[in-house]
Design a protein around this ligand. Structure first.
Ligand code: SOE
Length: 379
């Protein structure tokens, strides 16, 4: 039975993090901070941090009250008091560090993209299976209660057979040519940037919410800034693609990191034969729902939420819950999985492989100007 505290917080028995979630965080940027907060918020401990330089690791340690800073990430991984390694580095280091952590017998939470190519992502899935460790990729938007509600409503059949899905993921933080970041460089970020970075989230949400799989894609890409900080750019700023799914849904989405005013807008709308649902990550506590006879908004505080959505309501009724809370819930569920439970919807390395396979199909389609099938790849 779900317990509700006096503040209206919901507590799901059996899904709290066990005490022994002792984490290493590798990476001192924005994601390293988000992961560190999430480990603590879910009852764990950040034992140590490593960064791209000893000074960055030490600065992060001091700013975040962490016991140990390591100049060498491998040394941190091999600490005996580390159970889980959080890989929050630039993309090209995700695979080697995850492999090293698995080889050392640690559980892993590796930022997306799991790898910058699908073959490497496939080998990581196999490595996690062989090591028999929990291996997670943070497709964190799955942890918004209203994304779960959308998924539950689709699964219950309440919107009928899904026939159309559309939306996009828009940001503006790379709007101007003076703006540069390691993600722009294919050697570090990988061959796709806008799609790999945020298009992957959109596709994960589509497949998570509908339970269906993208089967074929037709994409085009474009670049608004051919140089950044005076250097030529090889990765895309914009992607527009259409798709069909194995279940017969058709749809399209636009992905952009140069849309003025859009900070982090992931929108997914699905239409079925009886109803439609729309989720907007910039308004994550509501879900638009429509049918021929009625349109309205379901809110996070609705007492009739599905059990899986309700278990992710972790901030008191009437108080905003957002991005960081998604990460906190992801870490809590990772802890539950380590403790032998099977939390619903935990994104694992197989989901990271899936994202890499879709990204390769999208980029091949854009390059070759044709429809490309998305293969089902087992590791
Ligand atoms: C940068 O584009 C970024 O931080 C992504 O890497 C994240 O996955 C996304 O959640 C927010 O934007």
């Amino acid at each position: 039975m779900r317990k509700v505290t006096s503040l209206g917080e919901t507590v799901e028995p059996g899904t709290t993090t066990p005490n022994a979630y002792r984490a290493a965080v590798i990476g001192t940027g924005f994601m390293g901070r988000v992961h560190s907060h999430a480990v603590r918020a879910s009852g764990g401990e950040v034992v140590g941090v490593a960064g791209s330089s000893p000074a960055k690791a030490e600065g992060f340690r001091l700013a975040n009250g962490i016991a140990h800073a390591h100049a060498d990430a491998l040394e941190l991984i091999h600490r005996e008091d580390v159970d889980v390694v959080h890989v929050c580095t630039p993309n090209h280091l995700h695979a080697p560090l995850s492999l090293a952590a698995l080889a050392a017998g640690k559980h892993v939470v590796c930022e997306k993209p799991l790898a910058t190519d699908a073959d490497t992502a496939k080998s990581l899935v196999a490595a996690a299976r062989e090591a028999d460790r929990i291996a997670v990729v943070p497709f964190t938007y799955r942890f918004h209660p209203m994304a779960r509600e959308a998924r539950a409503l689709v699964a219950s059949g309440s919107i009928g057979r899904v026939s159309l899905a559309h939306g996009g993921y828009l940001q503006d933080w790379l709007l101007y040519p003076e703006e540069d970041n390691w993600r722009v460089d294919p050697e570090i970020g990988g061959p796709t940037r806008a799609f790999g970075d945020i298009g992957s989230h959109w596709c994960d949400m589509l497949e998570f919410v509908t339970g269906d799989r993208i089967a074929t894609v037709c994409a085009q890409t474009s670049r608004v800034n051919d140089t950044r900080d005076g250097r030529p750019v090889a990765t895309e700023d914009l992607v527009s693609f259409q798709f069909s799914t194995a279940g017969g849904t058709i749809g399209s989405a636009v992905i952009s990191q140069v849309s003025p005013g859009r900070k982090n807008q992931l929108v997914l709308e699905v239409s079925g034969t009886e109803g439609s649902l729309a989720f907007d990550q910039e308004r994550p506590e509501t879900l638009w729902a429509g049918s021929r006879g009625r349109t309205g908004t379901i809110t996070r505080d609705d007492p009739a939420l599905s059990a899986d959505a309700a278990r992710l309501v972790t901030v008191p009724v009437g108080h905003p819950q957002g991005y960081q809370d998604c990460f906190n819930a992801l870490v809590r569920d990772t802890g539950a999985a380590i403790a032998g439970q099977a939390p619903e919807g935990l994104p694992v390395f197989a989901d990271g492989l899936r994202a890499a396979v879709i990204a390769e199909a999208v980029m091949a389609s854009a390059r070759e100007r044709r429809w490309v099938d998305v293969p089902e790849v087992d590791a």
